[in-house]
Ligand binder design. Structure first.
Ligand SMILES: Nc1nc2c(c(=O)[nH]1)N[C@H]1C(S)=C(S)[C@@H](COP(=O)(O)O)O[C@H]1N2
Ligand SMILES: [Mo]
Length: 454
């Protein structure tokens, strides 16, 4: 026989809740007991695989993966040297540029690796992201929409998290597929989106990390990977609403689900990674949007934008073409003049922001020698490069004093022992070690040296 409750102590709280609080609680309870039909009812979600452990395994992969994608993405923004005049098309970046630094020229493969990781890893994570969103989808329909102010804030932050993730992945993938359907410029859009997403990501991780660690400890991954369909059981009921309250019979094991996601990720990786290696493996890059043949001989490697696509008039690249050097002296040089200068050959990569990269042997004149010819001291001057391409976001670029001074920074005239093809920038193009491809301006017609700003 239980003790009879003592009046005034156990049965009733010492202080009765205020009337308004009681009303709100009752309204909340009513809402909670009367969800709209369909996905708002917890019985609707029946997968026996959903649960904190599964969500946490996928979350752990995303945690490390997204940190790597975020760091390499922010690094890519720094690689653009946005503090140099004309390099940054992002208006009002303000505080968001706090971490910028002077991009190095060594090692020459630096941007090739950071941007390759950003794009290839981003693609590889797509199946994991989709699986993670699938695993938490009942929470999207949690009813009532908010039980408390704190919960309302949490749900709003999830909107930024999920919206931000989807936005970053979708704009990134559309951009590397060269499908510019979004009604804004990719570069500032992807950068602002990244900061919003990262802010929500940090909040989300801070709140969920302890829960994630607890959930990961609740099952051994090794045992789970040995468990077949017949022995697959739902996770124990959880207070977060991930585990189905009326689970269906499993049609696939957790091992099967994780295997499927892993295989999908490996497929993405396998179809994309070839675009940043040279040699026969390059042909496996079936997800790379650019074609893979660029004409015969030494110029047969990836072309980002053809001369025709950029409106470059071949007539202006003929014998009448002159390079103008502007500095303390103004100098005009023909291609014959340039070929008569000291020529140097280096094996250097072009590494595009879109993830593809390729190393070729470039021959040309050192930018440092051209600076001296214009009366400027390498090490103390930046250069503003202009193409004869009419307009266009990529028709100009600023290079830093460090980039001008590096002896491997060239105004290239030849590649792999042959003259540059028109599509690769004939009569002359920039090649700078470690720089993003977009700063390797093609069809150069003018180099303006000016005192370095920093
Ligand atoms: N004038 C001009 N230079 C340019 C471009 C361009 O569109 N116009 N594209 C840039 C980009 S984004 C890259 S990745 C490299 C690619 O060089 P490639 O086409 O010779 O491979 O050239 C860069 N130089
Ligand atoms: Mo590029």
């Amino acid at each position: 026989m239980p003790d009879r409750p003592r009046p005034g102590r156990d049965a009733e709280p010492a202080v009765a809740p205020r009337k308004s609080t009681r009303l709100r609680q009752r309204a909340g309870a009513w809402l909670g007991e009367h969800p709209p039909p369909g996905p708002f009812r917890p019985e609707f979600w029946r997968s026996p695989l959903r649960g904190p452990w599964l969500t946490s395994v996928l979350g752990l992969v995303l945690l490390f993966g997204i940190i790597a994608v975020a760091i390499t993405g922010l690094v890519s923004y720094a690689a653009y040297d946005p503090r140099l005049p004309g390099n940054d098309t992002t208006p009002e970046k303000g505080l968001l540029g706090f971490y910028l630094f002077d991009w190095p020229t060594r090692p020459a493969w630096l941007y090739r690796v950071t941007q390759g990781v950003h794009v290839i890893l981003g693609l590889t994570l797509v199946p994991v992201l989709l699986a993670k969103l699938w695993s938490v989808i009942p929470k999207l329909f949690a009813w009532p929409p908010s039980r408390s102010v704190a919960q309302a804030v949490e749900r709003a932050s999830l909107l930024l998290l999920v919206g931000g993730a989807v936005f970053e992945f979708v704009t990134g993938i559309l951009n590397i597929q060269l499908w510019y359907v979004f009604p804004f410029s990719f570069y500032p859009g992807h950068l602002y989106g990244a900061w919003i997403f990262l802010a929500a990501f940090v909040v989300h991780v801070a709140f969920k990390l302890p829960r994630m660690i607890g959930a990961l400890r609740s099952r051994s991954i090794r045992r789970e990977l040995r468990t077949g369909l017949r022995d697959t059981r739902p996770e124990p009921p959880d207070p977060y609403g991930l585990v189905a309250i009326a689970p269906a019979q499993p049609t696939v094991s957790r091992r099967g689900l994780l295997g499927f996601v892993g295989a999908a990720s490996l497929t993405m990786f396998g179809l994309a990674v070839g675009q940043c290696v040279d040699g026969p493996l390059r042909r496996t890059a079936l997800l790379a949007p650019h074609g893979r043949d660029y004409g015969p001989g030494p110029n047969d490697f990836q072309v980002n934008k053809t001369a025709a696509a950029m409106g470059v008039d071949p007539a202006r690249t003929g014998p009448d073409w002159r390079l103008t050097l502007a500095g303390p002296h103004r100098v005009r040089l023909s291609r014959t003049d340039l070929l008569a200068m000291a020529l140097h050959t280096y094996s250097l990569p072009i590494a595009c922001v879109e993830g593809w990269s390729t190393r070729q042997r470039w021959t040309g004149v050192r930018l440092a020698d051209l600076a001296r010819l214009a009366g400027a001291a390498p090490g103390a001057v930046e250069v503003f490069v202009e193409s004869l391409e009419p307009g266009g976001a990529f028709s100009t670029a600023s290079l830093s004093a460090r980039q001008v001074a590096d002896p491997r920074s060239l105004l290239a005239l030849q590649v792999n022992g042959a003259d540059l093809s028109l599509d690769h920038g004939f009569p002359a193009r920039i090649i700078v070690p470690g720089a993003p491809g977009v700063h390797n301006t093609k069809w150069v017609q003018r180099l303006s040296f000016r005192a370095a700003s920093s």
